[in-house]
Ligand binder design. Structure first.
Ligand code: ZN
Length: 101
């Protein structure tokens, strides 16, 4: 596996993104929808800053506050990954062509 440093690279290389909480809860996200979610909001998609945008659902239910994951892992995609709305085809193609140039 190549070493993705941001959500866009994870998407370009088809890796899922997995936030891991200290409580042990984790979830796999499809990277394309995740990248687009960040892109629309103009959020920094580098893995460090991106980590602060996630919070654990289980901890928030139990503790009534948002707990950030301890890390984001880059893993292989699988069928059960959480899919947020995908980027429009032209947006994705534009981003990919910027990436390759
Ligand atoms: Zn948690």
């Amino acid at each position: 596996m190549r070493r993705a440093t941001c959500l866009f690279e994870a998407a370009a290389w088809n890796y899922a993104v997995k936030p891991v909480c200290a409580c042990g809860h984790q979830a796999n996200f499809n990277p394309h929808g995740l990248w687009w979610h960040f892109q629309k909001r103009m959020w920094d998609d580098r893995l460090g800053p991106a980590r602060a945008r996630f919070w654990c659902r289980r901890c928030s239910l139990q503790q009534r506050r948002r707990i950030r994951p301890v890390r984001l892992e880059i893993v292989r995609q699988s069928a059960g990954d959480i899919e947020l709305a995908f980027p429009p085809e032209r947006e994705w193609k534009r981003a990919i062509s910027r990436f390759r140039s």
